[in-house]
Design a protein around this ligand. Structure first.
Ligand code: SF4
Ligand code: FES
Length: 582
């Protein structure tokens, strides 16, 4: 493999790579603003200029490359034997000059800027800039602009890297953003009457290395240094996009893309970015309820579980079936535990997969690209993250393919008790389902109140994607695990925990001691309900990794041993640029 030397370190590179790409691959820090792996090379910010020496092809002696001019490392292709310096006096003088020019008109409003703490102008000014400004004149002041439904432009913070402009030209193909003016009057702007409004628009917020493009939804919501980052998987569509959930003190504040070269590259849709609001919705279910003399009353878990198990037993005693509908919004582990529970109660239980919503059409970006293009980004019309995983697990548990939703509704005629799971971000019942449930015992595990929860005999509050760990299988059959970001809300529980609780009760494990004191389950990171007044049977605590290990021993589910990609700590890192250590 050809080699170059960067700041005294030998670096191997792939033919065709630029010096900056070779450096980035080896975590050698060369400052960079306008360069981004997913965009064309503009080489406009000039912070990445390096001094290069290259062997003379005739003599083999090292000579200053291009007569000793500093070269943009983001644009200059590496060639074997080059000796590159980003830390030579000449290169460092350029970095200081670029930083001084960029800061001439940049407002000093870091204390009120949302980007503060994750701003590369801020970081680089410490690392590569001067300690003081020599500029005595008035700074150019540009207006703030509302450029789209989700994005605000603070034009005077812009450093004209043009990443945002290139994104709308090269990735979305919508070209809403452009550069107007010249010199110190140069500005990013939208065309009159054409807002920045496309399905991927808010990726420009992540691309902007400074606080010029800001997220309206996150505006002044939280200082970024308070946020903790947990790797997640797109919980709304079958694309399996890798995300990072940013949260603090049990509240989600924003979702950002996490790089995965095989799936979502650097991007996510605005649908995924802003689709998490139901996690904190007012109509979240927060406590178990049961129907008593026709009225819905809150109850403890003990009573709710007792009622579910009694109704299921009554149904099977009468020769009727227990029917279980597993939502495609649930994880593989939860589907497995719920199916095992249903089959333990009724070995002939009817297993079905919840409705899989579709909206719009599948799309590939850039428009016209093929799905296999290394930089293509796929937008999925299937609006459930785990239909394939749920089908796979139910088939292995039940020994045959589960019923699809319509067939399941049709099969309810033979059911005496029905357990439904939801966890959709909005209403999901259908008139056919509501009609088929009439006259039967219905227990529902869901996250949001709905006409179904209003009509059910027992309601158990479930946990959203942010409140539990698990595995989703995406549209291409890729199994990806994710971690729990925040504790479950109030008395809700992960569906996997609910299944384990019920199994424990079914097996007759005591949930109260001889003095009628509740025996609490051991809590793991908020996977179980808080509150001593709530009876929780002595069940095993839900642990997605342990359930996966058990599933892997079952015929048809061996892939859960080796094919599940686990998010690494490094994957949670927030940036597409090297982090400067100060
Ligand atoms: S708004 Fe941000 S991304 Fe766009 S050119 Fe300015 S600094 Fe770069
Ligand atoms: S000129 Fe190379 S990163 Fe901007």
């Amino acid at each position: 493999m050809p080699k170059i030397t960067i700041n005294g370190r030998n670096v191997e590179f792939q033919p065709g790579q630029t010096i900056l790409q070779a450096a980035n691959a080896q975590q050698i820090t060369i400052p960079q603003y306008c360069y981004h792996n997913g965009l064309s090379i503009a080489a406009s910010c000039r912070i990445c200029l390096v001094e290069i020496w290259a062997p003379n092809p005739k003599t083999g002696q090292l000579e200053p490359f291009m007569g000793g001019k500093l070269m943009p490392s983001c644009q200059q292709t590496a060639s074997d034997g080059m000796v590159v310096y980003s830390d030579s006096p000449k290169a460092v003088a350029n970095q200081k000059a670029v930083m001084e020019y960029l800061l001439i008109n940049h407002p000093l409003d870091c204390p009120v800027c949302d980007q503060s703490g994750e701003c590369f102008l801020q970081d680089y000014s410490y690392e590569y800039g001067r300690g003081v400004s020599r500029f005595q004149e008035q700074k150019v002041k540009n207006p703030k602009k509302d450029v789209g439904p989700n994005v605000l432009l603070y034009a005077d913070r812009c450093i004209m890297c043009t990443r945002c402009v290139r994104f709308t030209r090269e990735v979305t193909g919508t070209s809403e953003l452009t550069v107007t003016g010249r010199g110190n009057k140069e500005e990013i702007d939208v065309f009159p009457g054409i807002p920045l409004d496309n399905p991927l628009a808010s990726n420009v917020i992540d691309l902007c290395p400074v606080g010029a493009l800001l997220d309206k939804d996150f505006l002044f919501a939280q200082r970024v240094w308070f946020l903790r980052e947990t790797p997640g998987i797109d919980p709304l569509t079958a694309s399996g996009d890798n995300i990072t959930i940013h949260h603090n003190e049990g509240k989600v504040y924003r979702i950002k893309p996490r790089f995965n070269g095989a799936i979502n590259k650097w991007w996510i849709t605005d649908e995924v970015r802003y689709g998490w609001k139901f996690v904190h919705a007012d109509n979240r279910l927060r406590s178990p309820t049961r129907r008593q003399f026709g009225t819905v009353v809150e109850c403890d878990y003990h009573l709710a579980y007792q009622e579910v198990l009694a109704a299921a037993k009554h149904a099977t005693d009468e020769g009727k079936r227990l029917a279980l509908l597993v939502s495609p919004m649930l994880t593989c582990e939860e589907a497995w535990l719920l199916a095992k529970l249903a089959l333990a109660i009724d070995p002939s239980a009817t297993l079905g997969v919840g409705p899989v919503p579709f909206h719009g059409e599948d799309k590939v970006y850039p428009p016209g690209a093929s799905e296999n293009d290394p930089k293509a980004f796929f937008v999925c019309s299937e609006k459930a993250p785990n239909a394939r995983g749920v089908r796979r697990v139910l088939a292995a548990a039940g020994g045959k393919a589960p019923l699809e939703f319509d067939a399941f509704v049709g099969a309810l005629a033979g059911a005496g008790a029905v357990v439904l799971t939801g966890n959709y971000p909005s209403q999901w019942s259908t008139p056919g389902l509501v009609a088929a449930l009439r006259g039967r015992f219905v227990a529902i595990v869901d996250t949001l109140s709905s006409d179904l929860t209003d009509a059910a005999d027992v309601v158990i509050p479930g946990a959203t994607f942010a409140e539990k760990a698990g595995t989703f299988e995406n549209r291409s059959g890729v199994l990806q695990a994710f971690a729990q970001a925040i504790p479950v809300i109030e008395l809700a529980k992960a569906e996997g925990q609910i299944a384990l609780d019920l199994m424990s009760m079914l097996e007759g494990r005591p949930d109260r001691d001889e003095n009628y004191r509740v025996i609490m389950v051991e809590s793991t990171r908020g996977q179980v309900a808080a509150g001593a007044q709530t009876a929780t049977p002595r069940a095993e605590a839900f642990d997605a990794g342990a359930v996966r290990a058990r599933m892997a021993g079952v015929s048809g589910l061996e892939m859960f041993a080796s094919k599940v990609s686990l998010p690494s700590e490094a994957a949670a890192a927030r940036t597409d640029m090297p982090i400067v250590s100060l």
